[in-house]
Design a protein around this ligand. Structure first.
Ligand code: MTE
Ligand code: MO
Length: 365
């Protein structure tokens, strides 16, 4: 039988909340293997964790289409050829703790670098389904709705979101039913979830029930209100959520996995490992480390072939003398994007998209 949570009994996972279930995976543990096992994959939920009975499961495609579709899981698998994509999923709240250290971010899960993982997803290409339904000319956005239940402001609704039609028609966007060769665990969206490589995790809707083609982005709370980016000077009290920018593509990021802040290491050669994630549609070009506040930078070695949609692993070895060091990492991608230097310039009251140079203070004995 499938467990209620795939992460059950995994000591490397940190439970932030039991309801909704929010479980983080330590950067150290996910760096052990290029493909993150389901039991080691972070879980980010906004509401209930539905148990879906496959016998009654139906996926619908409607809205601005020529022909509406309604499919069982077996029909979905039989009618469309299967596609496999190895892609990293990353939450918009990844590394929120560093932003919250500057100014409080109330009401959000304070994730460290715990909400990224890479899986080999198998399913059907969303574009095959959309082509089968036939899009009307006016269709601009593809909205998804999940089977979970969220209670907010006296209302009950499922988690939803949307992506532009152009992204939905690209080959990497999947309706996945397998993760690393196994059926999706209930916590990761069994029986079917969306996987939108290169976009914030919130667009990869789990327990997918409905796909709707429409002129405007989804009006669901998690598209129309949450997951919007505001400039640093905006505060919770002054925010007009209609002004926020709806999030979609993720920016370039990099994380040091082998050293925790406050780590104490021996003088001599110090090995450092981490990962880097390119901006949407790019590959990682270069990862650099500094131990002297940015006066000099050392280029790390990319150990896993940098490919599209998945993170790159990097490692470096530096000679260190006794003392206290602030280690910094930054990555560059094939479009020439580099991470921003400071947290201050990207701070936002919801704590999204922290991709500032990561800094870890360590002592050498
Ligand atoms: N889909 C549904 N139906 N409900 C949710 O709460 N959370 C989203 C997304 N899909 C969510 C969802 C968010 S914010 C993220 S980051 C990813 O799922 C996390 O996927 P995972 O839990 O499989 O790691
Ligand atoms: Mo997320």
């Amino acid at each position: 039988a499938l467990k209620a949570t795939s992460a059950e009994g995994n000591a490397e996972m940190r439970v932030h909340q039991d309801y909704p279930l929010n479980v983080g995976a330590s950067a150290h543990s996910v760096r052990q293997k290029f493909i993150t096992e389901q039991k080691n994959f972070y879980i980010r939920n906004h509401g209930s964790l539905p148990t879906v009975d496959v016998q009654h499961y139906r996926l619908t495609v409607g809205g601005l289409v020529q022909t509406s579709l309604e499919l069982t899981l077996d029909e979905l698998r039989a009618a469309f050829s299967s596609v496999t994509v190895t892609a990293t999923l990353q939450c918009a709240g990844h590394r929120r703790d560093e932003l919250a250290a500057i100014r409080a971010i109330p009401g959000e899960v304070i994730w460290s670098a715990e909400t990224a993982g890479t899986a080999t997803w198998k399913g059907v290409a969303l574009r095959d389904l959309l082509q089968a339904a036939g899009l009307k000319k006016s269709a601009r956005h593809v909205a998804f709705l999940g089977l979970d239940e969220i209670s907010k402001d006296g209302e009950r609704f499922g988690f939803g979101g949307s992506i532009p039609v152009e992204k939905a028609l690209s080959s990497e966007v999947l309706l996945a039913y397998e993760m690393n060769g196994e059926p999706l665990a209930p916590a990761h969206g069994f029986p079917v979830r969306v996987v939108v490589p290169g976009y914030i995790g919130a667009r990869s809707v789990k327990w997918l029930a409905n796909i709707t083609l429409q002129e405007e982005p989804s009006s669901n709370y998690y598209q129309a209100r949450a997951y919007k980016l505001f400039p640093p000077h905006i505060r919770a009290e002054t925010a007009d959520w209609q002004q926020g920018q709806m999030l979609g593509p993720l920016p370039i990021n990099s994380v040091i996995c082998s050293l925790q802040p406050g780590a104490v290491c021996q003088a001599g050669q110090l090995a450092i490992q981490g990962y880097a994630i390119a901006g949407e549609d790019q590959r990682i070009e270069r990862v650099e480390l500094s131990l002297d506040a940015g006066a000099s930078w050392l280029e790390a070695t990319l150990t896993e072939q940098a490919r599209r949609w998945a993170w790159s692993f990097w490692e470096a070895s530096v000679q260190v003398q006794p003392g206290t060091y602030q280690l910094m990492v930054r990555a560059w991608d094939t479009a020439g994007h580099v991470q921003p230097e400071n947290l201050e310039s990207i701070w936002n009251w919801k704590g999204y998209l922290n991709n500032a140079w990561q800094r870890v203070t360590i002592s050498i004995e």
